[in-house]
Design a protein around this ligand. Sequence first.
Ligand SMILES: *[C@@H]1O[C@H](CO)[C@@H](O)[C@H](O)[C@H]1NC(C)=O
Ligand SMILES: *[C@@H]1O[C@H](CO)[C@@H](O)[C@H](O)[C@H]1NC(C)=O
Ligand SMILES: *[C@@H]1O[C@H](CO)[C@@H](O)[C@H](O)[C@H]1NC(C)=O
Ligand SMILES: *[C@@H]1O[C@H](CO)[C@@H](O)[C@H](O)[C@H]1NC(C)=O
Length: 344
Amino acid sequence: MRPLLGCLALATLLSPSLACPSPCSCSTKKNGRLLAECAYRELRDVPRGLSPNVTILTLSANRLGRLSRASLADVPELQSLWLGYNHIAAVEPGTFAALPQLKNLDLSHNRLADFPWQDLRNLSALQILKLSNNRLAGLPRGALHGLRELRSLWLNDNELTTLAPGTFEALPALAQLQLFHNPFNCSCKLFWLKEWADSTSAVISRAGSTLCAAPARLRGRAVTDIPGGLCNGTMAIPGFGKEDEGTYTCLAVNDVGTRDVSVNVALAGSGNPAEELPRDDPHAGQPGGHSCAKGDELDPSGMGEKLVIVYHVAGEARSGAAAAAGPRIRVGILLALGLLLLGW
Ligand SMILES: *[C@@H]1O[C@H](CO)[C@@H](O)[C@H](O)[C@H]1NC(C)=O
Ligand SMILES: *[C@@H]1O[C@H](CO)[C@@H](O)[C@H](O)[C@H]1NC(C)=O
Ligand SMILES: *[C@@H]1O[C@H](CO)[C@@H](O)[C@H](O)[C@H]1NC(C)=O
Ligand SMILES: *[C@@H]1O[C@H](CO)[C@@H](O)[C@H](O)[C@H]1NC(C)=O
């Protein structure tokens, strides 16, 4: 017994590459990669003393609460890091940046309200990023830029209400994206996502469960089905008729300043699309600061880009009360202008 223990101790001393902290079990895979298996151990911290040659580290289903730069400093060669089903609420910036070989990072089922996004800039080999089932409320603009190998991105079951335009651009390898179960606010600010979804070759898993939570009118509707009418300068004006077409000159005031704008308002459709259009955005409800007048003068610089297409909403309103229709049309145009001037 004693000589055997001695041999084991000697072997451990002589081959630090096989150093394996007691809660883990380590093995060399067929491809020569060193795996440290430390899942389901009730660990509160990443074990110290892992071999620097470990390339696969499983720490899933433990009780890790926080990761610091020091946590993974022993294992700079990591390619796969499995941290799912822990209690991780905080990750110190720089923790993952020191793992340039990382291909797979699983942080799903944790408590992250924030993530050190800037670390991703160092992870150019990253292929799989799982951040699902956390508490993320947003991604900074450009957070994922440069992840040229990223194939699979899981952001489902978080608290995302919106995403910046272009969030998923510059991800040439992206094949699968999960966004379902987030409380998306389907305002025009998110309309780009629908357009991107329509054009991307990536599979958006469970798109039918990727729903709007706001505005109330669109609650429960798929994000990939956001009606974009108002988002490109088209809008519904109740009671609008052919005879209301023309040029309207408006004075509009927003944060940037005051502008005189002429819009050419034309009838583009009929039926009842008003239900579909996101016309209750709060900005649209604030015509204060704007005033419009119908006229023949057209500001030449304002032509073209300021075209507002209006749907005719069939209804009794028009036939019954021509006098009442005037103010309503005016308000509608004010709303359209407000949006145009806000850059929507
Ligand atoms: C890591 O692996 C390399 C090559 O397989 C080997 O030469 C080296 O000794 C190992 N390093 C340690 C610290 O075990
Ligand atoms: C991350 O990348 C930057 C730029 O390439 C580099 O300066 C920095 O040292 C890297 N960070 C780590 C922790 O390796
Ligand atoms: C939805 O987004 C719009 C536009 O950014 C914003 O004004 C509104 O407050 C948001 N609604 C909710 C419920 O977050
Ligand atoms: C605006 O968007 C609607 C709905 O997506 C579309 O039918 C319409 O042609 C667009 N109008 C312009 C001017 O792009």
